[in-house]
Design a protein around this ligand. Structure first.
Ligand SMILES: [Zn+2]
Length: 144
């Protein structure tokens, strides 16, 4: 679980952190943020490094190497940390992701968002284009 500044709730201790003997980390984050006068909040970090910050397509293949993010669908390319931090910052207060019970549910939500993005793209491309009225001047020219 990653944390971001300027947010409010206390981070819950995940079973992973307890199992990996890192269960003290959330308390340290709270203590450290209070000491520095900033607020800390938990953010669902699952798939944040694999999710495209533009179209939400989430796939391991979006990470050809450690530092590169390249979306397999929309072609967005950035430093992997830049893309991941964008995703993390947008997940603050994301109640839909927070309600997910496991990683499978989180990935399903992300792919739903990707589908919504695709539909939005399709509707923008299929939007009727205002056509210029065929000029009377050209028809009058042909009649000349
Ligand atoms: Zn993308």
């Amino acid at each position: 679980m990653k944390t971001c500044r300027k947010v409010t709730r206390q981070p819950p201790t995940s079973s992973y952190l307890k199992a990996s003997n890192l269960g003290h980390i959330p308390q340290q984050i709270v203590w450290n943020s209070q000491k520095r006068g900033v607020q800390a909040t938990p953010v669902i970090a699952a798939y944040s490094s694999q999710e495209c910050s533009v179209c939400h397509y989430t796939d391991r293949k979006n990470r050809p190497d450690q530092r590169t993010f390249r979306c397999q669908v929309c072609g967005f390319e950035a430093h992997a940390d830049t893309n991941g931090s964008l995703n993390i910052s947008r997940r603050i207060g994301d109640t839909q992701l927070r309600a997910c019970k496991d990683r499978t549910a989180i990935k399903a939500v992300l792919m739903q968002r990707h589908e919504a993005w695709k539909q939005q793209q399709a509707s923008e491309h299929n939007r009727p284009v205002k056509r210029r009225k065929r000029g009377t001047s050209s028809s009058s020219l042909t009649s000349l």
